[in-house]
Design a protein around this ligand. Structure first.
Ligand code: NAP
Length: 320
């Protein structure tokens, strides 16, 4: 099979299309003919070696944490799935993911993916997985955001942030969003009731709390800097565990608010919920769809911070 792979940690230019043996599904795994994937910062962090814990250190390294495709082969002990089923999901961070989705075929644990609802494209399904799971698990499970709650989304134009706005709305919450000037109209269209342009004002002094959750998708702020905005019993949730975060986590223990860090997990029931929400209006904004051969360029664009929403990857039709 063909795969986009890097021979060692290095620059994004080292990503090349190569031939690899067709992978055989192990116990509890399925092999998936990949139709679509999407780009995440975890891809370039894995390739460059900036975050070695995000991916098994197996070379050539095939990254790609989002997938949507068709089950092609079943390993032992797989039940509830058949060849030909359309499925989508997120490859877990860490050593378990030895083969990502920037390949014609990928392997995934059958208990950690979901059937793709009919009527949703592979592109949208793939683009929803990592970002949607991160948003859902941060807001509902960690932040305990519930109906009528209020959330402040920092980084609301990004991959996680743009989907988080919609996830918060589906949870029945009200959203205040922070983004850069180029994305203000885009984030308003996602449904945020207030959008703060972080390049024009000091966003954490401008936002009017209290919020049940401050969701720092960009890991650009801190609990300390935003705690004046958090409701008693509320939470600051970040996507990156910086040194500041650990200092804040300790300090927050003796206060009425808490600092938390999310590690996204592939969970079937969460993917099922996201799939049904997408069928009923959850927006997964696609900024651009790139072919496999253009993944490095897409990742550079993602690194530049000029993307609004998600960059999807056309895997099935994108090799030439
Ligand atoms: N822990 C986990 O399980 C997990 C899961 C998924 C993602 N992540 C991490 O979460 C981070 C975000 O992922 P993503 O996919 O959303 O990335 P992304 O698409 O690049 O979005 C990040 C957004 O942050 C905003 N931003 C940049 N600098 C900022 C600043 N100084 N202040 C406020 N906002 C700023 C940018 O929007 P504006 O310029 O419009 O503000 C940008 O769109 C990445 O580091 C990723 O690795 C972690």
């Amino acid at each position: 099979m063909r795969a986009l792979a890097s021979p060692a940690y290095g620059p994004l230019e080292s990503l090349k299309i190569i031939d690899l043996p067709l992978p055989e599904p192990g116990p509890s795994q399925v092999r998936i003919l990949v139709h679509a994937s999407a780009l995440n910062p975890a891809d370039f962090k894995s390739v460059t070696g900036e975050a070695k814990i995000l991916h098994a250190r197996v070379f050539p390294m095939v990254v790609g944490f989002d997938f949507s495709g068709v089950v092609d082969a079943l390993g032992k002990n797989v039940s509830g799935l058949d060849r030909g089923d359309e499925v989508f999901g997120h490859h877990p961070y860490g050593r378990a993911t030895r083969l990502g989705a920037f390949a014609e075929y990928t392997l995934a644990n059958a208990t950690a993916l979901a059937k793709k609802p009919a009527g949703i494209t592979h592109t949208i399904a793939a683009a929803s997985a990592t970002a949607g799971l991160t948003a859902l698990q941060s807001l509902r499970d960690i932040g305990k955001l519930a109906s009528s709650g209020r959330v402040l989304v920092i980084g609301a134009s990004g991959g996680v942030g743009s989907v988080a706005v919609g996830v918060a709305l589906k949870l029945g919450a009200r959203v205040t969003a922070i983004c850069a000037t180029h994305a203000v109209d885009f984030v308003k269209e996602l449904g945020a009731e207030e959008v703060i342009d972080r390049l024009k004002v000091s966003p954490l002094q401008t936002a009017s709390g209290p919020f049940n959750v401050v969701f720092d998708t960009a890991a650009a702020s801190s609990w300390q800097a935003s705690r004046h905005l958090i409701e008693r019993g509320g939470a600051y949730v970040t996507t990156l565990p910086t040194l500041t975060f650990f200092r804040d986590k300790l300090a927050s223990i003796v206060t009425p608010t808490r600092a938390h860090f999310v590690i996204v997990k592939p969970r079937t029931q969460d993917l099922d919920l996201l799939g049904s929400w997408i069928k009923h209006g959850l927006k997964v904004p696609i900024f651009q769809t790139v072919k496999i051969k253009d993944v490095a360029a897409g990742l550079k664009r993602l690194q530049s911070g000029s993307v609004r929403g998600r960059i999807a990857v056309d895997v099935a039709g994108g090799w030439d």
